[in-house]
Write a protein that binds this ligand. Structure first.
Ligand code: ATR
Length: 286
């Protein structure tokens, strides 16, 4: 799978700070090799005070497209030319496409989140969905679920309740839904999970190296609930393992990670990438 870079090779990549742990180059370069596209994907370490210059550089160099990761997903918006409407509503961009010097921003984290659900046959319309966390990831997830007509409840720990309330209000305003905001307490979790169809963890609780932590006590999980953990390292978090143990459905963050990549690849190249290869490359790195 050796890739040779020539004068005709198209370049895309990712900007972030830090960026050296990204799995996207492995995922996309394997897909380019398999599809025979003369493209290459590189990682660019861009510090916040260099973001503006980096975006101008992308344009000047004719970089075909790029992913945007922490901490640039919001600050990149005023620096690009157009926004896909969902990215505009969410207020965050993770994928930029350069078409003849016009940079358009998309949010494939959000669309990838939904595609991973659809792949499991889960349609959120009319479902009761409990979202744990109220940060950047919760924002994308809350908007797309509410747009998909799910009834969502956003839960955040007491110290961050203000964020949950603000997010619920923003989602209500933009989608016409009626999201709830609740404190992340055991009593509240016990209550809401009785009526929930889907539980989504958007916090980093359970992420390596804290693999024995879970945002939700295992005894509140039950069959009939679908549990979606956006944490992908480890692939099977404590939350996912406990959900499996009670016979609940599960979706791993790895699926969302791969789907955001698949959708970005399609936006840049117009070609459907080999999903299995992309997933395999990511799994190799975990
Ligand atoms: P991201 O962009 O990845 O969503 P973020 O914006 O920092 O990251 O948001 C992290 C979310 O995880 C927040 O909802 C945070 O709660 P606060 O708003 O109260 O900070 C939540 N979170 C992080 N660590 C947590 C923990 N140990 N227990 C519960 N929630 C936690």
């Amino acid at each position: 799978m050796t890739q040779r870079i020539s004068g005709k090779t198209t370049i895309c990549g990712i900007i972030g700070d830090p960026v050296e742990h990204t799995m996207s180059p492995a995922m996309h370069n394997a897909a380019f090799a398999e599809t025979g596209l003369d493209w290459v994907y590189a990682a660019f370490h861009v510090k916040p005070d260099e973001l503006k210059a980096a975006i101008e550089g992308m344009r000047a160099l004719g970089i075909a497209g790029f992913n945007v990761t922490i901490p640039h997903k919001i600050h990149v918006i005023p620096l690009i030319d157009r926004l896909d409407p969902p990215a505009e509503k969410i207020g965050a961009v993770n994928t930029v496409v350069n078409r003849g010097g016009i940079l358009t921003g998309y949010n494939t984290d959000a669309s990838g989140f939904l595609r991973a659900m659809a792949e499991r046959g889960i349609d959120p319309a009319g479902k009761n969905v409990v979202i744990i966390g109220a940060g950047g990831a919760a924002r994308a997830v809350s908007f797309v679920l509410s747009e998909s007509r799910a009834n969502i409840t956003i839960m955040n720990r007491a110290s961050g309740m203000e964020r949950a309330v603000t997010l619920a209000e923003a989602v209500a305003k933009s989608t016409g839904g009626n999201p709830g905001a609740l404190e992340l307490s055991e009593a509240n979790l016990k209550q809401v999970l009785k009526k929930a169809d889907i539980l989504v963890n958007t916090t980093s609780v359970g992420m390596s190296p804290d693999c024995e932590q879970s945002p939700v006590p295992g005894e509140y999980l039950r069959p009939g609930l679908a549990v979606y953990d956006i944490v992908y390292n480890p692939v099977r978090t404590k939350l996912i393992r406990e959900a499996e143990a009670v016979g609940a459905g599960t979706i791993s963050g790895i699926d969302m990670l791969v789907w955001q990549g698949i959708l970005a690849f399609e936006l840049w190249t117009g070609v459907k990438p080999p999903a299995e290869t992309m997933k395999r490359e990511v799994m190799k790195l975990l």
